[in-house]
Design a protein around this ligand. Structure first.
Ligand SMILES: Cc1cc2nc3c(=O)[nH]c(=O)nc-3n(C[C@H](O)[C@H](O)[C@H](O)COP(=O)(O)O)c2cc1C
Length: 110
């Protein structure tokens, strides 16, 4: 996809979901990226549970990517593309990586 420089996997992915924030439907202004992030995480978890591979491809807040995706999809100006989620049946099984670092957790105060 020309609108995204790091999305080469879309040419072989079985499908993709574009998560968007519709600012006309916001209950509180400015929270749409958080809402879209939560929706994305749910989609990624559901995909994994179904045995699918997935990749979060960041679009927001890079203006050129947002404009490019909006043009390709013909989005109304109030509908803002947050990311692209590439989905497909994985060719390889990657080992699980434990990235939990207790030193990054702060209690009571930073
Ligand atoms: C906010 C965000 C944006 C990302 N954007 C891209 C991207 O544009 N292209 C890409 O190949 N991976 C991107 N990734 C990384 C992949 O979604 C994925 O996290 C990465 O391949 C590592 O996967 P793993 O955590 O399962 O090892 C992004 C991840 C996040 C959280």
């Amino acid at each position: 996809m020309k609108a995204h420089p790091y999305a080469h996997m879309l040419s072989t992915a079985d499908c993709a979901i574009i998560v968007c924030g519709d600012t006309r439907r916001e209950m509180a202004s400015g929270y749409w990226p958080g809402d879209c992030g939560a929706a994305t995480q749910n989609i990624l978890l559901a995909a994994t549970d179904m045995g699918l591979g997935s990749v979060w491809l960041g679009v927001y807040p890079t203006q050129e990517r947002m404009q490019g995706v909006a043009e390709v999809l013909g989005l109304p100006k109030e509908v803002l593309p947050f990311n692209i989620i590439a989905l497909g049946y994985p060719d390889e099984k990657k080992e699980d990586v434990d990235r939990f670092d207790p030193a990054k957790v702060h209690y009571e105060k930073w």
